[in-house]
Design a binder for this molecule. Structure first.
Ligand code: ATP
Ligand code: MG
Length: 349
């Protein structure tokens, strides 16, 4: 391998060392079609970071985390189809495989190997305390053991790729804290092995709410998608869902998430789609009808280019699979080195 600029051998006292790029990981579960919350809260910031001069030294690692989709009731053929669909949407949105390592989690078997080693570093009580476990387990007759250990697999996803930063919506904050705690515990107990990650958050649109019930988050696995805007929804579906969005009865267009969750959610979506501050987006809008029209058109304009690119890419599934295979091969190089370190540290031959 030819030396790179960061090799100590080629760095002289007069040439300042170039710091390694910050590694940022995003995982998307193929539990349902991607929606506007995924896009505004996770995918768009990740795509922007690829070209943002302020974060030019960032390397994105993006995984379609199909193993996580098996933690809840699933149909095998749907998970497979959604995995390919999500990868296709990610490419359509602008994930650039030259700048970002894009792969499918199960094609990098080191994820499951590290998962086990980290299960041996995590307490049962810690896993049980996770709010998302309680929410997802609630009301289910058959709770899969993997739902309990899901945050440990997520920890493995993060630590495996030497991740520095994880963009997280509010829903993932507790899991990220667990990942940090497990990394620190492993490092303290067995020697310095893992990079301890930090969470980063987009300033607005960190949590887009369901239009039909603004008390709950917009979610892929929502039982009823009436309040969920999917990225591949045609314009008439977007207009219909926004038109039916739950607001309140006082008719006042103002941003106040506690008192007016429905209206504030619409304003947040409008702001995120138009690049404004949600507190300012109400200017000139005097009725909920006007607000809803503005939101629907802003969302349709935001989705149109990615839907066009998705249509073209979806005609070439073989090409998408090739990109994923190359991404997995690339990811396995680093993953293999991390697992080797962890195996050695924890006491395996
Ligand atoms: P699921 O119902 O399967 O949990 P989800 O819609 O919550 O699906 P995830 O795959 O869990 O999506 O999360 C993918 C990324 O999207 C994460 O970074 C998560 O924080 C972000 N995200 C998910 N839902 C929202 C939302 N409503 N608003 C903003 N960001 C979100
Ligand atoms: Mg989720």
């Amino acid at each position: 391998m030819s030396p790179t600029i960061t090799d100590p051998a080629v760095c002289t006292a007069s040439s300042p060392a170039v710091p390694p790029p910050v590694r940022r990981l995003t995982g998307i579960k193929p539990t349902g079609p991607l929606h506007l919350g995924n896009y505004l809260g996770a995918i768009r910031p990740m795509v922007e970071a690829q070209t943002d001069p302020a974060t030019g030294a960032t390397h994105g690692v993006v995984a379609v985390v199909d193993l996580h989709a098996l933690t809840v009731e699933h149909r095998p053929h749907e998970v497979r189809a959604l995995t390919l669909e999500q990868a296709t949407v990610l490419l359509a949105v602008g994930v650039d495989p030259r700048r970002t390592t894009l792969f499918v989690q199960s094609q990098v078997p080191e994820h499951t190997e590290l998962h086990y080693l980290l299960e041996c570093t995590t307490g049962y009580g810690e896993a049980q305390r996770m709010i998302q476990f309680k929410q997802k387990a609630d009301g289910q007759r058959h709770v899969r053991l993997s739902l309990l250990t899901y945050p440990v697999l997520m920890t493995a996803d993060i630590l495996l790729h030497d991740t520095d930063e994880v963009p997280v919506g509010d829903d993932q904050r507790q899991h990220l804290e667990l990942a940090r705690g497990v990394a620190e515990r492993f490092n303290n107990r067995y020697g310095d092995t893992f990079t301890v990650p930090r969470g980063v958050n987009p300033p607005f649109a960190a949590r887009i709410m369901d239009l039909a019930d603004p008390a709950v988050k917009m979610e892929k696995s929502a039982a009823d998608g009436a309040g969920v805007i999917y990225l591949l929804d045609p314009p008439d579906a977007v207009r219909r869902k926004v038109k039916r969005a739950v607001t309140d009865s006082d008719g006042e267009v103002c941003y106040d998430p506690d008192r007016k969750p429905g209206v504030s959610n619409l304003m947040e979506i409008l702001a995120a789609c138009t690049g404004a501050d949600p507190r300012q987006t109400g200017h000139g809008i005097t009725s909920y009808g006007q607000l809803k029209s503005a939101v629907a058109e802003a969302v349709i304009d935001t989705l149109a280019p990615l839907q066009r690119r998705h249509r073209a890419l979806a005609r070439e599934p073989g090409q998408v699979q090739e990109v994923l295979a190359a991404g997995a091969a690339n990811a396995r190089e680093r993953a293999g080195a991390t697992v080797a370190r962890a195996r050695r540290a924890i006491g395996l031959l």
